[in-house]
Design a protein around this ligand. Structure first.
Ligand SMILES: [Zn+2]
Length: 292
């Protein structure tokens, strides 16, 4: 075990935009086993700031699955919707540091260009009723992902100043994630490779706020028969809490880990933790095989 793995505070942070499916289980299992295998702690956080995208019943399904799979978080589960005032405070700190500005551009004005040109940077618009953007700089930000290797991005060239709070008042995912990872003392972020592209902007935001940078491990994604990542949009099946043990066995197999006998879920997780080996996780961005 190297120094970078101790101490270890891990987390699982699902968004209730649909019921938990097999792809989310892979993330839950890997984040849990990796934390416990390194004598760490494991927390659960529900990322529900994007209220219009919340899918009815999915929060209950997530909580029911955490129970049924006998994952035991080491602290009370937190909900981001309870923390909006705190995110607002952090936004105001960034404003004081002159790192943010208000943007009046509509989606129509921005068109299909995904790189924001900084149109509103010098306009000095009022912060109320506008989107709030974080300034980025012309520098390369790099990190080494435990599975995906060295990753670099120049945010100014690749993305431009990005939104922290939307015009409709909704706090952006990037802000809530970075603020909560710091508030919860998260040292290791284990999540799906679909979030790999977000990481350099989260690192930049963390640097602006003087936060310690966590270690990252982005897991390959389980695909469906059509080669799409599992999601509510392509009708990934909801996990069935009644078949928790079978689902666990499949998730460990997908993660390339040694087989675990069917048993009560907590015993299977104990065994999986004892056998856990990061090096066995399939390489690359996708998990071969077909999952529903
Ligand atoms: Zn603008």
């Amino acid at each position: 075990m190297t120094d970078t793995l101790s101490p270890y505070m891990g987390r699982f942070a699902p968004s209730p935009t649909g019921p938990l499916h097999f792809g989310s289980l892979i993330t839950a299992v890997a984040s849990f086993c990796d934390a416990k295998a390194h004598a760490g702690q494991w927390l659960v956080r529900i990322e529900d700031t994007d209220i219009p995208r919340i899918y009815p019943g999915s929060e209950e399904h997530i909580l029911r699955c955490i129970d049924a799979f006998e994952f035991e978080p080491d602290a009370k589960i937190i909900f981001q919707r309870d923390r909006l005032d705190y995110y607002q405070e952090i936004l105001e700190q960034l404003q004081q540091l002159n790192l943010t500005y208000a943007c009046q551009c509509t989606r129509k004005m921005l068109g299909s260009n995904h790189i924001y040109a900084g149109t509103c940077r010098e306009l000095g618009l009022a912060f109320e009723h506008h989107a709030i953007r974080l300034k980025v700089t012309n520098q390369l930000i790099c990190f080494t992902d435990a599975l995906q290797g060295e990753q670099c991005s120049n945010l100014q060239h690749d993305l431009g100043d990005f939104v922290l709070k939307r015009r409709d008042g909704i706090m952006n995912y990037q802000l809530a994630v970075v603020v909560d990872d710091a508030a919860q003392g998260i040292t290791h972020v284990v999540r799906g490779a679909d979030l790999l592209d977000n990481t350099t902007r989260q690192i930049w935001l963390g640097q602006c706020l003087n936060y310690a940078q966590p270690h990252y491990m982005h897991l390959p994604l389980a695909m469906n028969a059509q080669g799409q990542k599992l999601s509510k949009q392509n009708l990934a099946q909801a996990l069935d809490p009644q078949h928790a043990s079978q689902h666990l066995q499949q998730a460990l197999k997908a993660l390339g880990q040694p087989a675990v006998e069917l048993d009560r879920p907590y015993r299977m997780l104990q065994q999986a933790t004892a056998q856990w080996d990061r090096n066995l996780i399939p390489q690359g961005g996708r998990i071969a095989g077909i999952y529903q």
